[in-house]
Ligand binder design. Structure first.
Ligand code: BES
Ligand code: ZN
Ligand code: ZN
Length: 525
């Protein structure tokens, strides 16, 4: 889908469909809709009335223009109450309108810049994201393809001076959405395709296209580095493990060094603590964190933030076999910590233990963000619409949470209760890899915390949000690409201004600056 800007009014807009927005609880039509209605001799308002269009989110109505306007149809999409408007409303409205336009067979769609009150750049970005994410499909393996595709989305606005802002927003939205769809593809591909070697090949391609540095460690090299926790998980599988380290270096001197770590279990059978059939069915999605990392790294070259960013993935399968790790085994992670295997199905934290220890030791970043489909406990706690956030550094977590808000991805904090640390005690090793059932997302977070050490770190548990069993406003069932836009927003927001960073165990310095800065961005006053 080509995204363009045209300086002209909605009345002059061409295309198979022209999209405009309608607000809830407003008696009068917005000026744009009113102008269209006049041109259509009242037909539009009549249809809106008879279709009971109230401007609520998820509502839409359209009319054929029968030659009275250059556009073939006018489609009005609900944006909800004006005072509740944010970028997410615009994304969802755009997604809905574009899906409907596609179903109508439209090839060229014009749209007004939806969402008055937000900045033109944000409105354009949200439009692009909504349009591209909402029309995502995964039909590689189907005989019947979704042939219909919109070729061009034209943003129209009378004001020519908006040109640069709109184009910048469209471009940003396009990059964010493309990265998200890239992650979705990786998650939707089955585990017989996406093996650790496949992820390594994907990283190689990204490095080549984007001129990133890449190091892939095989089993023997990981052994030398002392990654006993990661290799313990890998030993049951016939697929060789691949430890992937991609580096993006900005032009000039880097402002900060950030490591993004993704859980990369290409299939989680549970290991010898085998999952029941129901629980195993979806476990190709256990590399969603890794998919997000690859997508983020790929987007960086076009985005060009001023930080040095490291993408780290300890990729492996978790399989049962004669060579698989046993419950009760003891392994030693790269930082020297010994771990008793209480349950082979708690494998994500074992692979992340070495990925985090590696990041701390070899990259020495100022901050680490990890993304992991880590626990079913997070699904119990937060359901499927919200990711869990845990940290050892509140300042960093606050900033990531604000970025999530700007990206429209729901995330919520869980406390890493100090006292729960003892639930991970082992009689024979430094740590056990599992705690009791209650607070499972938190004990998993506490386990990871041991390996982040003193480095500011934030952990996103995306087990509930990485894959959807039902269609969502911004995409069909399947991989969601969650986390990609949050992390990209984070990297971009904090690169446009050099904001104060505050010391570790921070006092909160900078939080208000950053919050105000981002609130201006999301357009809420
Ligand atoms: N990959 C799973 C977590 C998961 C569950 C992801 C549901 C997506 C949807 C993880 O490796 C796992 O199996 N965790 C166990 C840990 C338990 C054995 C302590 C869990 O959460 O049940
Ligand atoms: Zn598992
Ligand atoms: Zn897992």
């Amino acid at each position: 889908m080509k995204l363009t800007f045209q300086a002209r009014s909605v009345i002059e807009a061409e295309g198979d469909v022209l999209v405009v927005g309608g607000y809830a609880e407003e008696m009068r039509l917005s000026p744009a809709v009113a102008a269209l209605d006049r041109a259509l001799k009242g037909l539009l308002s009549e249809v809106l009335r008879s279709e009971k269009f109230e401007g609520k989110p998820e509502q839409l109505a359209y009319v054929h223009t029968a030659g009275r306007l250059p556009a073939k149809r006018v489609l009005v999409v609900g944006l909800g109450k004006r005072k509740e408007l944010d970028s997410e409303r615009v994304r969802r409205a755009a997604a809905l309108a574009l899906r409907r336009s596609r179903d109508l067979g439209a090839r060229i769609v014009s749209t007004a810049l939806l969402g008055e009150g937000l900045s033109p750049k944000l409105r354009a970005q949200a439009l692009a994201e909504g349009a591209l994410l909402g029309s995502y499909t995964f039909d590689r393996y189907k005989r019947e393809k979704n042939k219909k595709a919109i070729e061009e989305l034209r943003v129209v606005d009378r004001e020519r001076r908006l040109d640069v802002h709109v184009r910048a927003g469209l471009r940003l939205g396009e990059i964010f959405a493309a990265a998200t769809c890239f992650a979705r593809d990786l998650v939707n591909e089955p585990a017989n395709q996406v093996t650790p070697a496949y992820l390594a090949r994907a990283a190689t391609q990204i490095a080549k296209d984007g001129r990133l540095e890449l190091k892939i460690y095989d089993r023997a090299e990981c052994q030398k580095l002392g990654m006993g926790a990661y290799l313990g998980v890998a030993q049951g599988s016939l697929e060789p493990p691949k430890f992937i380290h991609l580096t993006y270096r900005p032009p000039g001197r880097a402002r900060r060094r950030i490591a993004i770590v993704g859980k990369g279990i290409t299939f989680d059978s549970g290991g010898l603590d085998l999952k029941p059939a129901d629980g195993m069915l979806r476990m190709k999605d256990d590399m969603s964190g890794a998919a997000a990392v690859l997508a983020i790294m790929q987007a960086l070259l076009t985005l060009g933030p001023p930080q040095e960013v490291h993408g780290i993935i300890a990729a492996t399968e978790n399989m049962p076999s004669g060579s698989a790790q046993r419950p009760g085994d003891i392994v030693r992670a790269m930082n020297g910590t010994t771990i008793e295997i209480g349950n082979t199905d708690a494998e994500g934290r074992l692979t992340l233990a070495d990925a985090l220890a590696y990041a701390v030791k070899e990259v020495r970043p100022q901050e680490i963000i990890d993304l992991a489909t880590l626990t079913s406990a997070i699904v119990v706690a937060l359901g499927n619409g919200c990711s869990g956030v845990m940290w050892n550094d509140k300042l960093l977590a606050d900033r990531v949470l604000v970025a999530a808000g700007a990206a429209g991805e729901r995330m919520w904090p869980l406390p890493l209760v100090d006292e729960y640390r003892e639930l991970l005690k082992s009689d024979v090793a430094d740590l056990n890899n599992v705690g009791p059932r209650g607070g499972g997302a938190i004990t998993a977070g506490l386990f990871l915390k041991e390996f982040a050490g003193a480095t500011p770190w934030v952990h996103l548990d995306i087990a509930g949000t990485a894959f959807s069993e039902k269609d969502l406003p911004l995409g069909p069932k399947g991989g969601t690409g969650v986390g990609v836009r949050t992390v990209l927003s984070y990297l971009m927001a904090f690169s446009e201004k050099d904001l104060p960073l505050g010391p570790k165990g921070g006092t909160g310095v900078g939080v208000r600056t950053v919050l105000s800065y981002l609130m201006v961005q999301t357009g809420r006053r």
